[in-house]
Design a protein around this ligand. Structure first.
Ligand SMILES: [Zn+2]
Length: 89
């Protein structure tokens, strides 16, 4: 579990939140917290996908590219063979 938070700590946090915001605002609070977690996960997934694509050399974003002389396809610099037609670069 992140931050090493156990059940007792969660209970303390819950009670403090309950006292600060009051029971009637809890659903609204939980909703916005859920939205924040969702956004965070989406951002993390986007970053992971971009990073993986970049490492594969299939990323659409910038960076140096080598043009294949045979098929004209774009490949990551440093690749020995074309990813499109398998010709030697
Ligand atoms: Zn090619």
């Amino acid at each position: 579990m992140p931050f090493d938070i156990g059940i007792p700590e969660l209970l303390v946090v819950f009670v403090v939140v309950l006292m600060v915001f009051g029971p009637e605002r809890l659903p609204e609070l939980a909703r916005s917290l859920g939205g924040m977690v969702r956004d965070l996960r989406k951002t993390a997934a986007d970053l992971t996908r971009d990073f993986t694509a970049e490492m594969d050399g299939s990323g659409a974003a910038g960076g140096p590219r080598a043009v294949c002389a045979t098929c004209g396809g774009l490949n990551a610099v440093g690749q020995a063979y074309c990813g499109h037609c398998s010709a030697k670069l």
